[in-house]
Design a protein around this ligand. Structure first.
Ligand code: PGA
Ligand code: ZN
Length: 421
């Protein structure tokens, strides 16, 4: 029966050098849980609200002091003295306290930091690793631990890297059968093989937000598919069998809603939804593609419906900006039959409990779950990995380099060892 003694938030720096929120939840037994939250560069418009200060004198308006004050004053007042053991209860209080549908009042950034820090403190109090605590508390029905496989972003463009591809992410999905640490090794070796191929072509190997290569001078949005297929072979793996390719065009970012057109600068082309779908369909026959995420814009529902009909027997159709880890949007995607996999990002919805509910809804329909990092600002917090392990997620998506990304891989390597695998 352990109670919360104090809650404190502060502005810390994210991987982009811009602020984000970190919260400490201190318990009466002396245990302290700490968590920090990431944010997207190409966030969907239906995501939980991020509360910025909008004070141009600090961090060009991107400060998060207001969000921290909300934690230290409003949220602390509501939670101090409450039992910490049940994350569902804590999240219920947080959701009620905010009272809006998208956490506009207190900010998804304030609420999530506390939700995660409280869960971590509660897990530590009963001496359980976070992934075990989550599985038990949410009564998740799995007996075995099936660790998520890596989706490693290896080339990035769009909002994540100026002057690279229009498409946001080219990902290697390490789909073979081996331990997590081995699959991670396969992925990193392929990343380095790709580096060699880029160098041979005289292309830059500087990295973007997510630690993936972001070469200006790539001529088409198709070229990375050729390079990555070659890199998989060069590293000694079998394309499609050991390692496949996943695409995240993040199509909302280059959609012209008025015209109903997708603008591809590399190709000097403006494509309709039908033409985008035909392009993916053609690529599916040419390259070992495992999944297509956000292939169309977040509110192009009629396009999504056609895309699902055409592609879903050949590949996983993933919703990210479309579904934003929100049960209502996932339900709409179920009703309209437009996806068979969901990207999961804790900060899209803003509490641990709502995230777990979103995952369970998708799992009831056989959707793959892909737990994902954010491309805007990340932190070294690896909560997402514990979540992925707790729910037996099929994949987790993280960039291959930079400390805030490798922290996630390293957490999984440690969990695997702890589980004696
Ligand atoms: P974001 O991008 O975190 O910048 O939104 C990642 C993604 O779209 O998957
Ligand atoms: Zn995405």
């Amino acid at each position: 029966m352990i109670k919360i003694k104090n809650i404190k938030a502060r502005e810390i720096l994210s991987s982009m050098g811009a602020p984000t929120v970190e919260a400490d939840v201190l318990l009466e037994n002396g245990v302290m849980g700490r968590a920090s939250v990431p944010f997207g560069a190409s966030a969907g418009i239906h995501e939980a609200h991020i509360l910025f200060d909008n004070d141009p004198k600090r961090y060009y308006g991107k400060g998060m002091q207001k969000a921290c004050r909300n934690v230290n004053n409003v949220i602390a007042k509501a939670l101090v003295g409450k039992l910490v053991s049940n994350p569902q209860k804590i999240d219920e209080i947080l959701i009620d306290l905010d009272g809006t549908s998208n956490k506009k009042k207190l900010g998804g950034n304030s609420i999530l930091a506390v939700s995660l820090a409280a869960a971590r403190a509660a897990a530590q109090s009963v001496d359980k690793p976070l992934y075990k605590f989550i599985r038990e508390k949410y009564k998740l029905p799995y007996k075995e631990w099936i660790l998520p496989k890596p989706m490693m972003v290896v080339i990035e463009g769009g909002k994540h890297a100026a002057k690279s591809t229009d498409f946001q992410e080219y990902i290697i999905s390490v789909c073979g059968q081996a331990s997590a640490r081995e699959l991670i090794r396969w992925g990193e070796e392929t990343y380095y093989a790709l580096k060699g191929l880029l160098e041979e072509k005289g292309l830059s190997t500087n990295v973007g937000n997510e630690g993936a290569f972001a070469p200006p001078g790539i001529e088409t949005n198709e070229e990375p598919l050729k390079l990555i297929t070659a890199a998989i072979k060069k590293a000694g793996y079998s394309p499609g069998k050991d390692i496949a390719i996943s695409l995240d065009p993040a199509a909302s970012e280059f959609y012209e809603a008025d015209e109903g057109r997708y603008l591809l600068k590399r190709e000097h082309a403006a494509l309709s939804s039908d033409q985008m779908i035909a392009l993916y369909d053609e690529w599916l026959t040419k390259y070992p593609i495992l999944s297509v995420e956000d292939g169309l814009a977040e509110d192009d529902w009629s396009g999504w419906s056609k895309m699902y009909k055409k592609l879903s027997s050949k590949t996983r159709v993933i919703g990210d900006d479309l579904t934003v880890t929100n049960k209502k949007r996932i339900q709409k995607a179920i009703d309209e039959q437009v996806i068979n996999a969901v990207l999961i990002k804790l900060n899209q919805i803003g509490t641990l409990s709502e995230t777990v509910e979103a995952i369970q809804l998708g799992q009831q329909h056989g959707f793959w779950q892909i737990i994902s990092h954010r491309g805007g600002g990340e932190t070294t917090d690896s909560f997402m990995i514990d979540l992925g392990v707790a729910v037996n997620a099929e994949y987790f998506k993280v960039g291959p380099s930079r400390g805030e990304r490798t922290a996630k891989y390293n957490r999984l390597i440690r969990i695997e060892e702890e589980l004696g695998k």
